[in-house]
Ligand binder design. Sequence first.
Ligand code: HEM
Length: 317
Amino acid sequence: MAEKDLYEQLVAAADDIYGGARPGTRALHAKGAWCEGTFTATPEAAALSSAFHFGGHPVEALVRFSNAQGDPEADDAERESRGLAVKLRGPGGEEADILATITPAFVARTPEDFLELLDARRPDPETGQPDFERLGAYLGAHPEAQTAVQGTVGLPPIASFATAVFYSPHTFHLVGSEGERTAVRLRWIPDAGEERLADDEAKARGRDYLYDDLDRRLDGDGTIGFELRFQLAADGDPLDDPTALWPDEREFVSAGRLEIGSRIDDPERDDHIDVFDPLRLPDGVEPSDDPILHARRQAYSVSAYRRWGRERGPVPE
Ligand code: HEM
């Protein structure tokens, strides 16, 4: 068999941490719920980017909330990250994906570092435990991982998907109609405010409490809202390092509103899958050179083909 490339190795390492590859599921963010909604951008966003979804007309949003780990039966009380993936669709078939998690920074600067970290977390077949010595050595040699570590295992679980701020740790360049460029990071701010639970309170709410909560909030005419905010870079802010936060004093611009109205059935069936890809960017938004951002497309593609039950091929459209 051909040697695994970097992206296959990343997916294989994630599989090993969460109990082995499961056909039909994502290697990470395996447990999730799909929703539908609408995104409407502000005039301030339109002034910074000519992208279709920042034009100010309401656009359709396909949304998936998730637990970050690879076990589809994960307990919602676990201290780990959570995801919010949004696919915006324009009337002419344009698409823009925005992926975010509750962790403000990513844990590694490069995919090679991330693989080393995942490798150290692989459970020993004898003990079922990670190699704590190797893990400790990795974390000692990589202080840049600490912001993400503290933002996940260092915090108790969120009370609801509707009460979490979701961040993208990558920098994107917005391009305006005259070609002017602005370096930004994105975050979703919940209308309902931020709330976390004490660990035992989360445990007491049951394994799927985040999903029961979604159903409750979206029952009848209920909606869940988020404001999209751009954080603008200042001179000298790191543009290609997802482990390094920008100072809170940076300027923020309110970029639009996401209004989620209903939970829907998993739209992936038979021959159809919906892949969220952080490089699915329309004209008017360009990626930075962040190596993690660029590695994600291929890693997601490996995982997507697997859940599709097909041999790996070109990145899914
Ligand atoms: C090299 C670094 C990373 C690797 C290897 C990786 C790997 C993966 C994989 C394999 C999936 C499943 C994809 C699929 O089957 O469609 C996934 C999903 C996801 N990842 Fe990452 N990831 C990385 C970094 C990040 C970062 C920095 C974020 C922060 C925004 C993030 C947020 C998400 C989200 C929200 C999903 C769920 C998408 C969905 O609901 O379909 N990931 N990741």
